[in-house]
Design a protein around this ligand. Structure first.
Ligand code: 6CM
Length: 258
């Protein structure tokens, strides 16, 4: 950070997360760094082959067709700008278990299997069945964090939630009727503030949020590629529109939380 007299002082590091003594911590730390760095790259900067498959106003969704051992693992990257909400608010509603059934339409059942700390939770979820494939479930850690914003150290910063599959002995894969999917998901949110001209307080009219959502899901077992791609094409835009509308609606009469 550069002071007015020109002295350079090191930026204050973000406080350590209380999850830092947990066995998953090194993986969480590495995954967050890697996923956030990837999410920050524009589609032009992160390799060839991204195709725009859905667009609605400010929302743009891209995918890259990829297969691994015959299974569709298409990476997805979506960008959106939404007025009236902050990055913290979006991340809070995405991360917190109590709201999940309100916006996650592919969900059949969710269990919090471990609360590592206030900002780190392990979930088990079963998702709705996609005919003619078997039903899917997932076990993943989810971590929410504030990041220092290199463009503007005084600004409201960046918030992110990263979800990544993990293994838990009490929740073995493919034990019941479900096939286990493996996911890596990153929601990165940057609040943009337009300072009011009259110098008055910042209202929801003056803020917007730039969202980047990246996801890679390995279906874990047989699922017809064409059906899976058709479901993703329909479900991802539906998710992002519904989720952002939900956060707008939840926060409209509440004070702004940065
Ligand atoms: O990121 C999203 N949701 C998070 C919280 O649930 C979390 C979960 C990701 C699960 C992704 C795996 C789903 C695999 C099964 C898909 C079943 C679709 C069924 C449709 C039935 C009609 O990261 C949002 C995920 C949005 C997925 C479209």
């Amino acid at each position: 950070e550069k002071l007015m007299n020109g002295t350079i002082v090191p930026a204050t590091p973000e406080p350590l997360s209380p999850a830092c003594s947990h066995r998953l911590w090194p993986e969480i730390e590495n995954t967050v760094m890697e996923q956030v760095a990837m999410a920050k790259l524009g589609v032009g900067e992160c390799g060839a082959g991204w195709q725009l498959f859905a667009e609605d106003g400010e929302m743009k969704m891209y995918r890259r067709e990829e297969e691994m051992n015959g299974l569709v693992v298409d990476p997805l990257k979506a960008v959106h700008v939404v007025k009236g909400i902050t990055g913290y608010e979006l991340c809070h509603y995405f991360f917190s278990p109590q709201y999940r059934y309100d916006w996650e339409t592919t969900l059949e059942h969710m269990v919090v299997v471990e609360t590592i700390s206030e900002d780190t939770i392990v979930f088990q979820q079963t998702h709705k069945r996609i005919w003619p494939a078997s039903q899917r479930d997932a076990v993943f850690w989810s971590h929410m964090r504030k990041l220092s914003d290199d463009q503007d150290t005084e600004g409201p910063g960046l918030w992110a939630v990263v979800n990544k599959s993990t293994e838990l002995p009490n929740y073995p894969a493919n034990a019941g009727k479900c096939v286990r999917v493996y996911l890596t998901v990153c929601l990165l949110c940057q609040t943009l503030v337009n300072p009011p001209k009259n110098g008055g307080p910042v209202t929801r009219e003056d803020i917007s949020c730039k969202i980047t959502y990246c996801s890679v899901v390995n279906p874990g077992g047989w699922a017809p590629a064409s059906v899976l791609r058709a479901v993703y094409k329909r479900e991802y835009p539906k998710f992002l529109k519904r989720f952002t509308a939900y956060v707008i609606n939840q926060t409209k009469d509440k004070p702004i939380t940065f």
